[in-house]
Design a protein around this ligand. Structure first.
Ligand SMILES: Nc1ncnc2c1ncn2[C@@H]1O[C@H](COP(=O)(O)OP(=O)(O)O)[C@@H](O)[C@H]1O
Ligand SMILES: C[C@@](O)(CCOP(=O)(O)OP(=O)(O)O)CC(=O)O
Length: 455
């Protein structure tokens, strides 16, 4: 009772990370669709508005205490058109751009102090020297370094942060924030895309923000001009243009919810190095532009294969509902690595063949563009993985490179056990993650209290 009282006025939200299983590079163009899996690693925000304030200045304190006690303290007010100022000139462009856009969109007048606590699940960062703290509901890792210094695994921490923080702040300005309501999700998504693009200083495809909002989806992007056409923040027309963009314009994105077929799960293996997506993207763009006719042909080929994968996954979803016995036999064949039986399943064969063809094309692009999309060491690793029991297929998700690998495997398989002590898997840490259907959700504020260090 005492605790419940102390939690009054708090709200909590979480949003998932992502793995782009099919559609890397192509998804930058609205012509092509991508298959995006939302992950169980989540970013969390607990928010409380303490009203009202004597002055007309809002004060927004954001803390991320897992990262050596990181915190940012912003002030802003209507007179300065909600330009956020950080007390100690500490930079966090993602937090800053969320504040700019949410405040400009809502134009709140009655100043208040707002406190937000950010938490992030383990999957987002390498955990080498962290300390675990837990309560009865959740546990988080605490690092001795600041957020910019802890190595990332590439699951989309900034997109998760932007989505969850946007949601938390909207909940301060809106009484109703039901996240089952599509309109509310669209509001979160649109504001978060604008903030994320502005913070990154570029317009990516936005699949990470879409997955953090909507969950596992087949995604088609918005036209980049929707965001690049916005004027500067201080332009007097920014507010109305932002409001129109967020509320009235059809972004034409696709975000149809998907789920891996029953009995299959996603496994991610961190290879502990990482790649710079921006550099890879610009090298691939140069390659494409050097011969656009050929580039288009290659993209169209890869796109057909991406679509084949998506169709086969849908067919598997149907099969496991219509003929669960047959489906079960197929899964057991995968579990036992019985090649002749696996080949009798047209869906499994289609997925494996399409992935092989896509990977082959990306290896060619790797050679021709100099962008390490599938470097030989990752090819070797994926080949070794494909020989393990229970593995349907595997890719280097997203932009590829030296990032984590993603495998689709049977729910029963245990890769940790199969790979332990084996030389060819020495570089891999299997991440404790799974696919999740849903995007941003409301959480119980009570679950984020009184964390105790494990000894
Ligand atoms: N837990 C967190 N607390 C505060 N800021 C965070 C957190 N996680 C991510 N960020 C912000 O996102 C940035 C990382 O974004 P980015 O380089 O795009 O990585 P990613 O690929 O994981 O999204 C950090 O430098 C920081 O500004
Ligand atoms: C090349 C891309 O299509 C996919 C990149 O996927 P990653 O998952 O590698 O992305 P980051 O988290 O931004 O590093 C670019 C894009 O879609 O924006």
């Amino acid at each position: 009772m005492q605790i419940m009282k102390a939690m009054e006025g708090y709200r909590a939200y979480s949003a998932p990370g992502k793995a782009l299983m099919a559609g890397g590079y192509l998804v930058l163009d609205p012509k092509y669709r991508a298959y995006v899996i939302a992950l169980s690693a989540r970013m969390h925000a607990v928010v409380r508005a303490i009203e009202p304030k004597e002055s007309d200045e809002f004060e927004i304190n954001v803390s991320s205490s897992q990262f050596n006690g990181d915190h940012w303290c912003y002030t802003l007010c209507a007179e300065t058109r909600y330009l956020p100022l950080e007390k100690n000139q500490k930079k966090n462009p993602f937090i800053e751009m969320v504040l700019v856009n949410v405040f400009k969109y809502f134009q709140p007048q009655r100043a208040s102090k707002i406190e937000v606590e950010i938490f992030s699940d383990d999957g987002y960062h390498s955990q080498s020297t962290s300390v675990t703290k837990r309560n009865a509901f959740k546990q988080f890792s605490y690092h001795g370094k600041s957020i910019t210094e802890v190595p990332k695994t590439g699951l989309g921490s900034s997109a998760g942060l932007v989505v969850v923080l946007t949601t938390a702040l909207i909940s301060v300005f809106r009484d109703e924030m039901d996240l089952q309501n599509v309109k509310n999700l669209q509001l979160v998504h649109n504001l978060a895309q604008v903030a994320h693009c502005q913070a990154q200083g570029k317009v990516g495809s936005g699949f990470d923000v879409a997955a953090a909002t909507f969950g596992s989806i087949v995604y088609r992007r918005f036209s980049p001009q929707l965001i690049t056409n916005l004027p500067e923040h201080m332009d007097p027309t920014y507010v109305t243009k932002l409001q129109t963009l967020v509320d009235d314009i059809n972004w034409n994105i696709s975000n149809a919810r998907v789920s891996l077929p029953d009995g299959l799960k996603l496994v991610m293996g961190d290879v502990n190095s990482g790649s710079e997506t921006t550099k890879l993207v610009s090298k691939v763009k140069c390659w494409y532009d050097s011969d656009p006719v050929r580039g288009l042909k290659v993209y169209q080929f890869i796109n057909r294969k991406n679509e084949e994968i998506m169709t086969a996954l849908t067919e598997l979803n149907g099969l496991c509902r219509k003929d669960p016995d047959k489906y079960e036999v197929m899964l057991r064949a995968l579990d036992q690595n019985e090649e002749s039986k696996i080949q009798q399943s047209p869906e499994f064969s289609k997925i494996r063949k399409a992935v092989q063809e896509i990977r082959l094309k990306f290896r060619q692009i790797t050679q021709e563009s100099g962008a390490d999309i599938e470097p030989p060491v990752q090819t070797k690793l994926l080949e070794a993985c494909s020989r393990l029991k229970g593995v349907l297929t595997g890719v280097i998700p997203g932009a590829g490179g030296y990032d984590a690998i993603a495998l689709i495997v049977t729910a029963e398989s245990n890769l940790q056990l199969q790979t332990e002590g084996r030389e060819e898997f020495a570089a891999v840490t299997w991440l404790d993650l799974h696919q999740e259907d849903v995007g941003v959700i409301e959480e119980a504020p009570l679950h984020y209290q009184n964390f105790i260090e494990l000894t």
